[in-house]
Ligand binder design. Sequence first.
Ligand code: PMV
Length: 345
Amino acid sequence: MTQISTEGATTWQSPSNIAIVKYWGKRGLQLPENPSFSLTLSAAHTRTTAEYRIVPDKQKPQIDITLDGKEQPGFIPKIEQFFSRISDSYPFVRQLEISLRTHNSFPHSSGIASSASAMSALALIICEIAGVSGDLQEVSRVARLGSGSACRSVFPYGAVWGKANGFSGTKDTWAVGAGDRMHDVFKSMRDAILIVKSGEKSVSSSAGHGLMKHNPYAQTRYRLAGERMQVLSEVLHAGDLETFGAICEREALELHALMMCSDPPYLLVEPGTVAMIRKIQAFREDTGIQAYFTLDAGPNIHLLYPDQDKSEVREFIENDLLAYCENGQWIDDEVGTGPEKTDQR
Ligand code: PMV
């Protein structure tokens, strides 16, 4: 039996992640239509401090939340929905008085999705209160109920979510860590996040997942994603950067092609996104450096490259890519070791 802590304060820092094979389309309660694999990031993270108290005769949680010191009442419905989804397993969330102070390491409204880092940090807080934060499988299950991709952020280096051929023990209900089968070249990979456009996206990820229900290419997409996971399982182990990069770019373009084939169709890439993609492909051809792009559900580029090439790639970013970044903004990130409980507030 685990012991629930009835009152206290705790701080967790949890990273964002970048999917190589993308989760796009869901069913039931946050279950993925296809398996996905992501690299865990480091510099892009959320740090959340919670002060909490369980009040036994309460029926409904009482939540207040700030981001970088500013009250955010707009975030409360999403957290209430999350608490309601986990209340069967953790009934105490109905009786929680909780005050959350959150900070994102990346600029507010930079267009970097914070739901994976924010929801995994909150899942860790709830699991710590419940006395189960040492069980990463359970933390991942809880995080999934806050935001699908958040379930992959709790593991060092990389994670697989969804039943995938080639990865034993994988499930749709939680992610599993993939660090033990990743070659060092992937564990030390770098990710330059190049901000083409900041601010809210015109179509949110949840709306995008919803549109997959009637996308005519959905079934083909789910099959292809599954096949790519099987290839990836070999590639990760072998350190085969070229095949990894081909999958990475194919997945990014396919994700956006699916958006363009939705009903209604929509487009999230910007001219700067396309210009950078062309520059990256030309740089790779000219130099032989294995630098590859990927995209989330937005216009910003993630440029993935081996650590050994960082000085050449940095020069390339400064000379050829920053011109396409809004106010020259980019985040110099790398694969990281996962969440941390910290005293830093
Ligand atoms: O976790 P959500 O609902 O924000 O969806 C994330 C979807 C993608 O970022 C496009 C892909 C992924 O696997 O992270």
